[in-house]
Design a protein around this ligand. Structure first.
Ligand SMILES: *Cc1c(COP(=O)(O)O)cnc(C)c1O
Length: 378
């Protein structure tokens, strides 16, 4: 079976973990933790980076930082992962969903302004597959209406909008190092802070609502409960594993982009003949090759294709189920139809893409997809 994903290993993880164990300081702001944070700040020019135990946790921290209160409204796409919305629902926010674009699962920037009310506090942007939303449009809307912008950049490591790293443009950004992402540590992530006055609070929120970090630095003489918070500081073991991956990021990205482009080149023959929609990368966006997806012409077609590939020992998968139709939120949604989000829920398929994938494996996958379509009536 060619799996959908195989977690990447740099081969340096075990040595790095052993070194972290030798320091005998596995908790708190360890040397390895700072090493990862500085690496990310320097390479991508974030104002401040705080590693967390997941992107989900980073999103929950961002909802606290945004001081979301019951009744506040938060605008975000419906076609996203549960964590994007759950983080704000936990604080009592009303989630206002925007449809996706016809040519891309990213939220339709032109559908946002009509949803803004006096209760709106924030816009949460999700860059699907690491492909940027039109951030100039979104940032100018936010400025005009005095809203915070939070980037769910879970899939966006090493991706850019007009040469600016994703996650550096909004006030706050949340990234994931879950094992399914390009670079990972099993479970992990970080919150990036670009609005200077939020950094001090982030440090407290990550450390259980205490000023323990300041105490460790010697800035205060005792540590106390000073705010709400979470326990979201990864151990030195996790950070050591992560650093041994970050060091290889350019190598990982080069391989993934090559595999992605090869998929595109091989499958282009299907576009136009069959009603499938290949991925679109807008001029302002780079491609970090997080996902290779395409959109089938119907739910039936997608199901048949997934079954066909499975019979041929290839694991292809669908993706999000629109949150406005989810069991938890459909009764709370305002009833607007979001046709594009539903279409991506029903018709989008993702093909295997991982660092260790061989050229032969990829040839086989492409051949089987093309074979599937040539057996169907046009
Ligand atoms: C992966 C992902 C998350 C969740 O990340 P975790 O690190 O697993 O919590 C959230 N949002 C999006 C868009 C994702 O792709």
């Amino acid at each position: 079976m060619i799996p959908f994903n195989k977690p990447y290993y740099s081969g340096k993880e075990k040595k790095a973990i052993a070194k972290a164990m030798d320091t005998k300081i596995l908790t708190g702001e360890s040397e390895m933790l700072h090493q990862c944070e500085s690496f990310l700040e320097k390479k991508y020019t974030f104002h401040r980076v705080f590693l967390t135990n997941s992107c989900t946790m980073a999103l929950e921290m961002s909802a606290l930082l945004a001081t979301i209160l019951p009744g506040d409204e938060v605008i975000m796409p419906s076609y996203t992962y549960v964590s994007t919305a759950n983080a704000f629902a936990l604080r009592g926010a009303k989630i206002v969903f925007v449809d996706s674009k016809a040519d891309h699962p990213d939220m339709d920037e032109n559908g946002i302004e009509q949803l803004i009310t006096p209760q709106t506090k924030a816009i949460v942007v999700v860059h699907y597959a690491g492909v940027a939303c039109d951030m100039d449009k979104i940032m100018s809307l936010a400025l005009k209406h005095n809203l915070l912008v939070i980037e769910d950049a879970a899939q966006c490591i090493d991706s850019y909008y007009n040469k600016r790293a994703l996650g550096t443009i909004g006030d706050i950004a949340c990234f994931s190092f879950h094992e399914t992402k390009n670079i990972h540590c099993g479970e992990g992530g970080f919150i990036a802070i670009n609005t200077m006055n939020l950094a001090a609070r982030t440090e407290v929120i990550r450390n259980k609502g205490t000023n323990r970090s300041a105490f460790t630095r010697g800035d205060v003489t005792k540590y106390e409960w000073t705010d709400l918070g979470y326990s979201s500081m990864p151990s030195a073991i996790t950070a050591a594993f992560l650093y041994s991956q970050l060091e290889n990021i350019d190598k990982v990205q080069k391989r993934r982009v090559k595999l992605w482009k090869n998929y595109y080149k091989k499958l282009k023959v299907l576009q136009g003949v069959h009603q499938i929609q290949l991925p679109v990368i807008p001029k302002y966006a780079s491609n970090n090759a997080h996902i290779f997806y395409f959109v089938c012409s119907s739910a039936e077609e997608r199901k048949s294709l997934i079954d066909y590939l499975k019979k041929n020992d290839i694991q292809a998968v669908f993706h999000y189920q629109s949150l406005h139709s989810s069991p938890f939120y459909k009764g709370k949604h305002d009833g607007r139809a979001l046709h594009n989000a539903d279409r991506y829920s029903e018709c989008l398929i993702r093909l295997p893409l991982f660092y260790d994938m061989t050229t032969n494996e990829q040839e086989l996958i492409c051949a089987k997809v093309i074979e599937f379509y040539s057996n169907r009536n046009v």
